[in-house]
Design a binder for this molecule. Structure first.
Ligand code: AMP
Length: 282
């Protein structure tokens, strides 16, 4: 495994890879690896000749009052994890390498970047789609691996890839959870002990809601009001949103049918957790 920091060195490596007609699986990350990241690498390893993982804490996707400075950075530990997953290349650029002076171009997927998490994080998805566009152009992958954990991000990136004719397939991998159900996240390490104990109630609420839906209650309003009160009764988290949405378009639905999702964001002090559950109703 090699860690490459410059775009030019990576491009030299890609020339050799492409000349051998080898396929490239690409996993974009911000590092601080947990089992969620590792599952994406494992999928990429299974499907491709070469696996590239990027580690870049992307400044343009953080709001001014968000956790860019304190976001966990642990390149040495991440390298060990990636090596174990038989990753071929870690692309680990500096912010200067990615955003040269006078960087003026941003990629914006309209409408769906403004709903759900986009309401409380106004420029977040523009930062995400800008960096992912750049990383696709830099790493030239055949397949890109994303997590269902960031469901809105996955739909936005799929839309961008389709709308801008990027030549890359996308695979969405299932959410990896802690034993108690909490979705793994690099931000879980910010939680106090008390909040860490309360946080599994998010997934418990989603699971219960899915049961109620599959048992015949397809009224979004009643399901969401149950989810909200269950979270309030079992934690001190402040709900940012709970929504029933179409899983492909992210648009809210009042009567649950087809491929649908309940998505939520809840704040424990400054730590904002997101989670979701998918279901398919005929
Ligand atoms: P991040 O480093 O947080 O930007 O995440 C990099 C990729 O890992 C994204 O595609 C995430 O959706 C995915 N990911 C993060 N957490 C999980 C998880 N618990 N299960 C599956 N994928 C995840």
């Amino acid at each position: 495994m090699r860690t490459i920091k410059s775009i030019n060195s990576l491009k030299r490596e890609l020339k050799i890879i492409k000349s051998k007609n080898q396929t490239i699986g690409f996993v974009p990350t911000m590092g601080a690896f947990h089992k969620g990241h590792l599952s994406l690498m494992r999928n990429a390893r299974r499907d491709n000749d070469i696996v590239i993982v990027s580690i870049f804490v992307n400044p343009t996707q953080f709001g001014p009052k968000e956790d860019f400075e304190k976001y966990p950075r642990q390149i040495k530990i991440d390298e060990l994890f990636a090596k174990k997953e038989k990753v071929d290349i870690i692309f680990y650029p500096s912010a200067k390498e990615i955003y040269k002076d006078c960087h003026l171009t941003y990629v914006n997927v309209t409408n769906i970047s403004k709903v759900l998490c986009g309401r409380s994080r106004p420029n977040h998805f523009e930062g995400v789609t800008t960096i992912v566009s750049k990383l696709i152009n830099i790493t030239e992958p055949d397949v890109m691996y994303l997590g269902q954990k960031d469901a809105q991000q996955a739909v936005i990136i799929k839309t961008m890839v389709k709308d801008l004719n990027f030549n890359v397939a996308i695979k969405i991998c299932p959410i990896v959870r802690e034993k108690d159900g909490l979705a793994m996240s690099s931000r879980n390490s910010y939680l106090s002990q008390k909040h860490r104990q309360e946080a599994p109630c998010l997934y418990k609420s989603l699971k219960e809601a899915k049961k109620m839906i599959l048992a015949g209650n397809t009224n979004s309003k009643s399901i969401l009001s149950w989810v909200a009160s269950n979270i309030k009764n079992n934690s001190s988290g402040i709900i940012d949103y709970t929504e029933c949405i179409n899983a492909d378009t992210l648009m809210p639905i009042s009567r649950i049918k087809g491929r649908a999702m309940i998505a939520l964001a809840v704040k424990f002090r400054k730590t904002r957790l997101i989670d979701n559950i998918l279901f398919h109703l005929k």
